[in-house]
Design a protein around this ligand. Structure first.
Ligand code: AMP
Length: 307
């Protein structure tokens, strides 16, 4: 049993990871995959992993495959010492922090995992190839860590959906667990990218979570009321350059029709200053509707036209 205060083993190479992994003999191993610059959202994933698994591996890897040529790979915050403090506090066993040449020893991999059509909409439309890059590295890190469960944030709803699809479609022997979005007190979803925001950007950025909340508050009235309520918040903030605001089916990501009742994803993306931000809220549409923390296991399977 790991003590809460022991410093995690840091593995930089495949051999170091294999050696540290082999030492975790008894019990399940869970993995939390990150790009570093850890915050309370990441800590929450680690806590949930620790609560259910005997051992936790955190990966810290800025995956070049998922960044486009004009994206923020080079300016992405790197805070390894602080990350280690959080991992130590949360009782992590192993931190796997490889460089790209360790993960991709042959350079750009010729073979990638394709996210398919679900990877081409919403974030995938704004960031072509992004989800192929994500799934490829998630697949590799699942193999390298040998974890039997993996924890991902609802904050990245489309990523979570695609990872669930990959695990099911390609028979990965791993249990995918989703963790609710952790927010600042004022509602802003925590993100490593929030450090890019100036004080005034940060004020502007609040409109994203406020729009989602307004939409969720209108959930009982149906899809068009939800969309209208959310949009009415966003139009009051012209400095937020909205890329999309959608209310979509939780597994097909298609716009839900007006008759839809059941679980749906209210998602927003936009640019504030120089920073692209995303946020979302799972909602129940229809009588008794409102915000949900995460989707139920059968989300989207029970929708039915209104009688
Ligand atoms: P990232 O380091 O941004 O790639 O995120 C690593 C993991 O942490 C992903 O599964 C994210 O969905 C999750 N995550 C990031 N921000 C939050 C948050 N505010 N609340 C919950 N999970 C989060």
């Amino acid at each position: 049993m790991t003590t809460q205060t022991a410093t995690p083993v840091v593995a930089r190479t495949r051999d170091e990871l294999a050696e540290a992994r082999a030492a975790l003999t008894a019990g399940d191993v869970a993995v939390v995959m990150t790009m570093g610059a850890l915050h309370h959202g990441h800590a929450q994933l680690i806590k949930q992993a620790r609560a259910r698994a005997e051992h936790v591996i955190v990966t810290i890897f800025l995956n070049p495959l998922q960044f486009g040529p004009r994206e923020d790979l080079s300016r992405y915050p790197r805070t390894f010492d602080d990350d280690m403090e959080i991992c130590t506090r949360e009782g992590v066993d192993i931190v796997f922090a490889p460089t790209p040449d360790v993960v991709y020893p042959e350079g750009d991999p010729g073979v990638r995992i394709s996210a398919g059509p679900l990877g081409a909409v919403l974030e995938g439309q704004a960031r072509p190839g992004h989800f192929d890059g994500v799934l490829t590295v998630v697949g590799k890190l699942l193999h390298l860590t040998g974890a039997s469960s993996a924890y991902f944030g609802q904050k990245d709803a489309q990523q979570l959906l695609l990872i669930r699809r990959m695990v099911r479609d390609l028979d990965f022997p791993v249990d995918v667990v989703s963790v609710p979005t952790v927010r600042e007190e004022d509602g802003l979803a925590m993100s490593s990218r929030n450090t890019y925001l100036t004080a005034s950007d940060r004020e502007v950025a609040l409109c994203l979570s406020q729009a989602l909340k307004a939409g969720a508050d209108a959930a009982a009235e149906g899809p068009s009321a939800i969309r209208r309520a959310a949009r009415s918040v966003l139009v009051k903030e012209p400095l937020a350059l909205i890329d999309y605001l959608v209310l979509v089916h939780p597994t097909t990501l298609e716009d839900v029709p007006e008759w839809y009742r059941g679980e749906a994803l209210l998602a927003v993306a936009g640019r504030v200053g120089t920073t692209r931000l995303i946020d979302n809220m799972p909602v129940r549409v229809g009588p008794g509707g409102g915000a949900l923390q995460v989707f139920s296991e059968h989300a989207g399977r029970h929708e039915a036209p209104v009688e």
